[in-house]
Design a protein around this ligand. Sequence first.
Ligand SMILES: [Zn+2]
Ligand SMILES: [Zn+2]
Length: 71
Amino acid sequence: MAEEEKDPCIRCGHQPDKTDQYCVRCGAPLVNKCTKKKSPLHKGCSKVNRSDAAFCASCGSPTVFRQAGLL
Ligand SMILES: [Zn+2]
Ligand SMILES: [Zn+2]
């Protein structure tokens, strides 16, 4: 099984550890998750989008990168 390489930090280019969720150098999120939260009307969306996606490919809500002002 090939080891999964994480993308470098979108803001500063630091190469994160596999398990990191946020950049240890600048605090930017490393996993471009959908921001749609669970609500009474929606079960929420936990899709992980491509690192260049400003909006979720599954539901159209802003992604974490978009919300953090990275895109
Ligand atoms: Zn960074
Ligand atoms: Zn979504």
